[in-house]
Every structure is written in C-alpha cells, then in structure tokens.
Design a protein around this ligand. Sequence first.
Ligand code: COA
Length: 165
Amino acid sequence: MFETNHCFIAEDTETSKVIGYIFGTTDTVALEKKFIRTMVPKIILHLSIHTLWHDLPSAILVGKYFLNMIVQFAPVGLDHKYPAHFHINILPGHQGEGIGKKLLSAFETMIRSERIQGMHITTTSANKDAIGFYKHLGYNVVMKAGTTIWGKSDVERIIMVKSLS
Ligand SMILES: CC(C)(COP(=O)(O)OP(=O)(O)OC[C@H]1O[C@@H](n2cnc3c(N)ncnc32)[C@H](O)[C@@H]1OP(=O)(O)O)[C@@H](O)C(=O)NCCC(=O)NCCS
C-alpha cells in the first residue's frame, strides 16, 4: 500500500480481529504512475523468473489481466473533478452492520479535510449490493462499459462518483 495515511481498519473489539478496511488515494493519476514505475517491473520480473516456470496458468492469468487493464482501463476523464478513489471490504459475517458506512464516512471526512473535490469508485455490474450501498450513500453512476477484465463477457465496469465540495 502506497498511502498508509489514507486507510481505516475496523476491528472486532472482542476478538481484536480485523473485520473490514477502506484504503485509497487522493490522486489516482499519480498513484497509477507510481504503481507502473515501482510495482509493474517487480511483477513482470517475478512472473518471468518464477511464475512462468512453476505455474504457467497463473502466469497467463496475470499477464491477461494486465493486458486487459491497459487496453480497457483507459483514463475516463474523471481525475480533475473526482481525483480520489478507494477500495472497501467488510468480512462476510459482518456485512450489513453499519461498518461499511462508518469506514466510508471516516474516509470521506479525511479526504474533505484535504480539500479534495470528489471521489470515484469502480465496481462491476455483477456487484449489485455494492452498487446499492454506494447509491444509498450518495454516489451516482457516470460510466458503464463492457470489460473482460474479470474473466466474464457479460459483466460491465461501473464507475460511480460523489462530489465532496
Ligand atoms: C458493500 C459493502 C462495503 C457495504 O458495507 P456494509 O457494512 O455491508 O454496509 P452497511 O451496513 O454499512 O450499510 C450502510 C447503509 O447502506 C445501506 N445498504 C447496504 N447495502 C445496500 C444495498 N444493496 N442497497 C441499498 N442500500 C444498501 C444499508 O441499508 C445502510 O443504510 P442505513 O445506514 O440508512 O441504515 C460490504 O457489504 C462489502 O464489503 N461487500 C463485499 C465486498 C465488496 O463488494 N466491496 C466493494 C467492492 S466495489
């Protein structure tokens, strides 16, 4: 993770186990450039000297994923108005308990305090629950596009945005 300051963890107070997280960035373009510069060479190196020889199907899977990402995940022109983005996950046994809302609210408050105008999130048309959750919390769909990045041809890539100003 590049921006450990832009991260919140939900912990079960009884078990001290992590049951959810949200992390993200205030500058998606800069983060993508940093990822390409610092991580992609390491991934390619690992694929070519290890995975390719020990686990060919996985190497092909990762290779295809990256190719699809480059071809299908072209910039969508949201970076000026909605430069921040995030990932959120709550453990299945703890979904629907209000944890996602608390984490997202904490994240939005922090991003707002850094005077960032807006956030975007990418999900898939298959994730109806997440789309409902984001809509409920003020996010609107601004883009739908076909993609095979998740290995299914009938799934669309959905981008949702929320203005923070
Ligand atoms: C999607 C996810 C982050 C939501 O977090 P959560 O903790 O389950 O949601 P919460 O309990 O905080 O729900 C907050 C509010 O959203 C509403 N909500 C949740 N899902 C909803 C849905 N599908 N449709 C409409 N409203 C929904 C809740 O009713 C609640 O409303 P309220 O505060 O007015 O009572 C979580 O379920 C999850 O991690 N899912 C699996 C991983 C995933 O899909 N991550 C996102 C990838 S893009």
